[in-house]
Write a protein that binds this ligand. Structure first.
Ligand code: ZN
Ligand code: ZN
Length: 435
């Protein structure tokens, strides 16, 4: 596992969780493609070479075909793409309603063990092999070269910076899904994505000789957000808010009225349909995305729907909701704090304050709200439960760092890899870490 602020001098290997304990998975089928593998059971014991292995977690332990063991380790002896391991099923879109199970093929080693009575599968893989897969799992291989290279350098920087480390307790550098970086093995690899990894081999973004924690999201909605407005962390100069368009521009998104006007008027940002029509996005986006309007969206709830949503998410039961009032916005217009004002069952007035971007998105949608850059329109007639609240918003994701659709817009507009990266990660620079 990578340690914080340590700069590697040669290509490191990464530990990626591909079946996580939270998946509560009990079975997996594995097929070995190629012959350069070493298979060990419980560290020493060699088992006869099997092409197809079926692994089951039963009450009394792990079973490989019919042999009981604690751990199976499949070690790849070659970096050839034809030497790979097929695993089925693997979760994609974990925790979202578009979650599905897909088969994947991976390079590198696979270690299967149990964690709290569920399967735990870890892929140990060379960083560059991992990155060529991430580029086409995050965005499709049909994307322009500059976008794939920019995405690859951002992904390399993010994982090497190792600041987020969401699965540290499992000893992992990352999981295989959107929670970290989307990684679906070699399935969607093509010449372009392999080239993007090779062309940028070892290259990262640095700031003051420290590798940048280069975060990214699907669409900023027109302006990126300061990192410290989204996460509880210090402000990073290279993760500061930027207008996602060609020239710098005056705008005001600080209050409801100016933000609403900006939502309607702003059409010149790189992630807007002016640079790339939403109907053409399908071709460029990765596999399991929910189809949606990324740049501008809206969602509407009547009073009862909102009451049950808030009850389900927070345990607070309102009788009626009178108003949703934004009390603070970030630089991109993202709502940083919001008051839910209503009346409880005992007829007392109550205000529920939501204080973070994450909570905002968690509470205001059955799954997760597309972004926290929204304005609220209510047709409150004040006749109890009949008013509707419509959230009109911008962007998809946290909006910090590189905007993937904006970067695609820039690449289609002819901008080069470095120009894209330095637009989003201002005051950073590129550096090669290893050959
Ligand atoms: Zn993760
Ligand atoms: Zn954008």
């Amino acid at each position: 596992m990578k340690t914080l602020n340590k700069i590697p001098k040669k290509e490191p290997k990464m530990l990626i969780g591909i079946v996580m304990p939270e998946d509560r998975q009990l079975e997996i089928d594995i097929k070995i493609n190629g012959s350069d593998f070493l298979i060990t059971l419980d560290k020493n014991e060699m088992i006869p070479f099997h092409q197809e292995i079926s692994i089951r977690q039963l009450k009394n332990g792990l079973f490989v075909n019919d042999t009981h063991c604690n751990e199976i380790y499949i070690q790849s002896q070659s970096r050839k793409i034809s030497n790979n391991i097929y695993l089925n099923p693997i979760k994609a879109g974990r925790g979202f309603h578009w979650q599905k199970s897909i088969p994947i093929q991976v390079l590198g080693d696979i270690r299967i063990s149990s964690f709290e009575s569920f399967l735990f599968v870890v892929n140990t893989i060379y960083l560059e092999d991992y990155l060529m897969c991430v580029a086409t799992s995050e965005m499709s291989g049909k994307c322009p070269k500059a976008l794939l290279e920019a995405q690859t350098i951002a992904a390399r920087s993010w994982i090497l910076a190792a600041e987020e480390k969401k699965h540290k307790h499992l000893g992992l550098d990352a999981c295989n899904d959107d929670c970290c970086q989307r990684y679906q093995g070699i399935t969607n690899l093509n010449k372009e994505s392999i080239k993007a990894a090779n062309n940028t081999r070892g290259r990262v973004l640095v700031h003051n000789e420290i590798i940048c924690d280069a975060r990214y999201s699907k669409s900023c909605g027109g302006i990126t957000e300061d990192n410290n407005n989204v996460w509880d962390m210090n402000q990073k100069p290279y993760l500061c808010s930027v207008y996602d368009g060609k020239a710098s521009k005056e705008y005001d998104v600080s209050n409801d009225i100016s933000f609403r006007k900006w939502l309607l008027d702003e059409t010149s940002s790189y992630c807007s349909p002016n640079f790339i029509a939403e109907k053409n996005l399908d071709k460029f986006l990765g596999n399991v995305d929910k189809k949606g309007n990324y740049y501008r969206w809206s969602i509407s709830y009547d009073n009862n729907e909102l009451i049950s949503l808030i009850f389900e998410k927070t345990g607070k039961k309102f009788k009626t909701i009178i108003n949703l009032k934004t009390t603070k916005r970030g630089k991109s217009g993202r709502v940083l704090s919001l008051d839910i004002i209503g009346v409880l069952n005992d007829n007392t007035n109550f205000t529920l304050a939501i204080e973070s971007e994450y909570e905002m998105r968690r509470i205001l949608h059955p799954e997760f709200l597309y972004s926290s850059a929204f304005t609220i329109e209510s047709n409150s007639e004040h006749n109890n439960n009949t008013n509707r609240f419509t959230l009109k918003g911008a962007g998809w994701g946290h909006g910090v760092g590189l905007c993937q659709i904006g970067a695609l817009g820039m690449a289609l507009d002819g901008e080069k890899t470095e120009e894209i990266l330095l637009h989003y990660y201002q005051s950073s620079r590129l550096r090669n870490l290893y050959e």
